[in-house]
Design a protein around this ligand. Structure first.
Ligand code: ZN
Length: 109
């Protein structure tokens, strides 16, 4: 079992809110190669930034945006690329119906 934790600080909350606003505005990351994502700048000026996943298990990635250049890993909203990579490599959770069907064989034991 792998347990991921993140300190829920005010900056984490505001970053989360910015990420949500970006998603609402259609600014999402796109997988362009193995472990490489791109996304538009939140300034909507046509700039595209590139994120490279270094270690998805340790939630490490780089980003060539101004924030990412200052070594503040995870402090730019482009860490959405990490979230996308985690989703991509994660097994899908079974639906409630599928889980119930699989567990039914244990009924009556
Ligand atoms: Zn960035």
């Amino acid at each position: 079992m792998v347990k991921l934790t993140a300190p829920v600080t005010p900056s984490w909350i505001s970053a989360n809110e910015r990420a949500f606003a970006n998603r609402q505005a259609g600014r999402t990351v796109t997988l362009i190669a193995a472990g490489v994502y791109q996304c538009p700048s939140s300034k909507a000026d046509g700039t595209v930034y590139t994120q490279r996943i270094l270690n998805v298990g340790q939630l490490q990635a780089t980003c060539d945006c101004p924030h990412g250049q200052h070594g503040t890993a995870g402090h730019c909203w482009h860490s959405a690329a990490l979230a996308a990579e985690v989703r991509r490599v994660s097994r899908l959770r079974p639906s409630a119906e599928e889980a119930a069907r699989k567990m039914a064989r244990f009924a009556g034991r």
